[in-house]
Design a protein around this ligand. Sequence first.
Ligand SMILES: [Zn+2]
Length: 398
Amino acid sequence: MPKNDSDSGGDRQLVRKYHRFTIGGLLIFFSLPFGLRDYLCRTMNQIRFEGRNAQFFSTLRSRIDGYFTENNIKQSGNWKLYSKTLILMSTLVASYILLVFFTPAAWISVLLCVFMGVNFATIGFNVMHDGSHGSYSRKPWVNKVMALSLNVLGGNSFFWNQKHNVAHHSFTNIEGADEDIDVSPYMRVSEYQPKYWFHKFQHIYGLLLYSLSYIMWIFYQDFVKYFTGKVGDRDIKTPLKVSDHLIFWATKLGYIAIFIGFPMYYVGLGITLIGYSIMALTTGFVIAVVFQLAHVIEDVTFVGKTSPVTNVESDWATHQILTTVNFGTKSKSLAWLLGGLNFQVEHHLFPKISHIHYPKINKILRETCEEFNVMYKEFPTMLSAIHSHLLHLKQIGA
Ligand SMILES: [Zn+2]
């Protein structure tokens, strides 16, 4: 790691380092969306990317742009994404109607609840995620509507934007800034987090905890963010507007009415609670496993928090590659179901490009990484990535 500012020659050195950031990372910096740039400006004193490999990202960016220009295709979603949206929304509505109004036999109902749980996750991966990054469509209002599908699924689009688009994408795997790796004290995912005796079993109980992640998210973590105004230990800089407050409460209550209230009225309290639990635990499990496989796995980089400045050895783009892995990129079904989350390296570098294009730009990414000696990592199958994730949990908890 680079030396602290105090170790390396005072203000002069500090100014030089800022210049290094400014010149070396200028291209990357101005390619980011305005909100992200603004956030980085305000937090530059706390987290600093120090690497000087800007040529890598500018070359990659121009090659990727070239691919879209030469093939005359837009970078946002296309009919493949829109038809997928229709299928995923229709299956959700159909399962809901079947479960609530036709009450099938118990074993069919259990299967339908599991299916619905997976369906929730896949709408999040494919529709909400692209919408919230503004990559679903070229029309901003369409992106906004798709992002709001999260509110129908119990979450909140405003807080997702703060937690995911701003914190997670800017400061991936950086302690104190990326809430995705903050599951302490229940689990220890990096060497910078405190260790407790029970962590040596975390590779066993971890998957069970993942099942609770969706329920914790929509009934607890969103409310913590709402009432504290913080994501992790960082303040949310964009205040909620009156409309954000109204959307927050209206959609939380609407969700409870649709997925708990109505079913209770039609099929009774006990069956509703069992069915809802099966669905919610499935959603949590699928979401958590898919997200963890990209960043909490063997050989990825984690960055510890130092005060007052956290120095990151790499430039921003290289840091994204060192903290992120791909898995199962040859599988067409995974690509369809996971909304490109098995192409997380592409996603972290180009969140404004719809996931529907990631399989095509993967080759350009691999070749450019090799040329610039940046280590691109991929697991051949989802199963091998799960195995590596569990091994990582075991090692870090031992
Ligand atoms: Zn994302």
